[in-house]
Design a protein around this ligand. Structure first.
Ligand code: CO
Length: 285
């Protein structure tokens, strides 16, 4: 086995998104523009309503998947497919924007802690203009594996013979949320060729000799396994891995395509009301 080491540590930078929401971004920053097939990782987390109350009013996406995982709090989702979703603590939402979705994500709370992650996963050229799709998972729907000193929630991919709630055939994405007690180790085989990262959001941990500070993205070097050891406070982290698409990426804000012409087309379609090809039936209710 070749244990993966940490090849890069990317500190999160604060970014204002939506109507004035503060998020901590690692993938999708000048230090790490993308990590094929991952385009963006935002960690939102605050007990101050001023940081989240404005929410994310209607905005478009085209060409990729947004995968949202709520740790704390309550958000309401509405989209141009006609979906209305409730995102609660421990739940997740998989939205394949593909050819185009307009949606809003608004807080359903006026106080207390709001915390979670949004990951953007790229789609291959052959799927960028396919039909959008939406899946939502309640906290109870997400499989959880309990072992001595470890709790692993499976959002995507396999762990200990169980499978997460979503499968992405293009990238074979794996997404685990792991909680470790103090000084407990966690190891996992990771296929050679997969891009993988860790993000510690509570406590502390290390991979080999490298300490993983909180709110840093730790990009893993090539290898076929990873081993992580929690520190004296224990640790909570996400582990995400997937196969790179190895295609050209041209991104402009909420549109991620393969060429500049396709981006210009996305803007034109949005401006002219053609971004959403399949509109939800409007009942006027
Ligand atoms: Co969005």
């Amino acid at each position: 086995m070749v244990q993966r080491t940490v090849s890069r540590l990317i500190p999160a930078i604060e970014v204002t998104e939506g109507a004035g929401v503060t998020v901590h971004r690692t993938i999708g920053t000048p230090a790490l523009k993308s990590l094929d097939p991952f385009l963006m990782l935002d960690h939102f987390g605050s007990e101050d309503p001023d940081d989240y109350i404005a929410g994310f009013p209607d905005h478009p996406h085209r060409g990729f998947i947004t995968f949202t995982y709520m740790l704390d709090g309550h958000m309401e989702h509405r989209d141009s497919m006609g979906n209305r979703g409730d995102l609660r603590a421990g739940g997740a939402q998989w939205m394949k924007a593909a050819s185009g979705v307009i949606h809003s994500e608004m807080p359903k709370q006026t106080q207390g802690r709001m915390r979670g992650f949004q990951l953007w996963i790229n789609l291959p050229a052959t799927e960028k203009m396919s039909d959008p799709a939406y899946q939502e998972f309640s906290p109870e729907a997400i499989p959880e594996v309990q072992e001595a000193g470890r709790r692993v929630r499976l959002l995507a991919g396999e762990y200990a013979g169980q499978r997460g709630v979503v499968d992405d055939p293009n990238t074979d994405v794996r997404y685990l949320d792991v909680a470790l007690d103090a000084n407990v180790a966690f190891s996992l085989p990771l296929p050679v060729g997969q891009v993988a990262f860790l993000y510690v959001y509570e406590g502390n941990a290390r991979v080999g000799a490298t300490a993983l500070p909180r709110h840093h993205l730790a990009v893993l070097a090539e290898g076929d396994a990873v081993e992580l050891l929690a520190g004296a406070e224990g640790a909570r982290f996400i582990l995400v891995a997937g196969h790179p698409l190895k295609e050209p990426v041209v991104q402009y804000g909420p549109f991620v395509m393969n060429t500049r012409e396709e981006i210009e087309q996305a803007f034109a379609d949005y401006r002219e009301g053609r971004l959403v090809r399949k509109k939800a039936a409007m009942t006027g209710a």
